[in-house]
Design a protein around this ligand. Sequence first.
Ligand code: PEP
Length: 255
Amino acid sequence: MRKPIIAGNWKMNKDVNEAVQLVNEIKRGVSDIDNVDIIVCPPYVDLSDAGEMLASGNIGVGGQNCFWEKEGAYTGEISVGMLKSVGCGYVIIGHSERRKYFGETNETVNKRIKAAIEGGLVPIICVGETLEEREAGKTMDVVKDHVEGALSGFDEGFIKDIVIAYEPVWAIGTGKTATPDQAQEVHAMIRKLLEDLYSGEWAAGTRILYGGSVKPSNIEELMKQEDIDGGLIGGASLKSEGFVDIIKTTSGLYA
Ligand code: PEP
């Protein structure tokens, strides 16, 4: 059985004081849970404190992006080594907001994934279609293109430990969630694609998260789908109550 992951993407929210408070609240709320991989991905300035507070325990820390070079004159960027140095074990790569606002492409996603894996971080690779693409019947083509582009040139040994997050862009931050059937259909296609590209065994063990307006009221139906192995949570990860609720519901389904 694949161990579920619930990851919080805080985006550009929470200064250091707010982050410390939220981390403390989440820690208290989930201290007894060991059957869910719990991850928080705060903004860069919060990572050092979060990393220290979560150095031991059951909550992992992730960055929201990383650059592919190790160091140098790349103003505004952050390296994999820097993320590791503050306790990160994960990094979100290719989020649709990066693709939309910051020119992220399949090629740059691929380079970031390579750097993340080589540096010892587990990449959480985001893929997903826009509303326009869905309405034009292109969902499967777009998602396939994102997955193939992200993994281009990597063999199975290299990508042993990756996480894929299917995030329909039209569902992110909009309150509109994909129905469990809509999400499952794409997740199953992604798993089949991974099976075609690599081995069935590896594909069966790889975790595929759903993201897009996940909240306490819809996590259960989503998590009951065969190929949904967890959630990448934006808005609902910013308040401890809702995030803890999502984690506990997931934990209960796997008890
Ligand atoms: C996200 O940013 O990855 C996300 C899924 O956001 P939200 O949960 O707010 O839709």
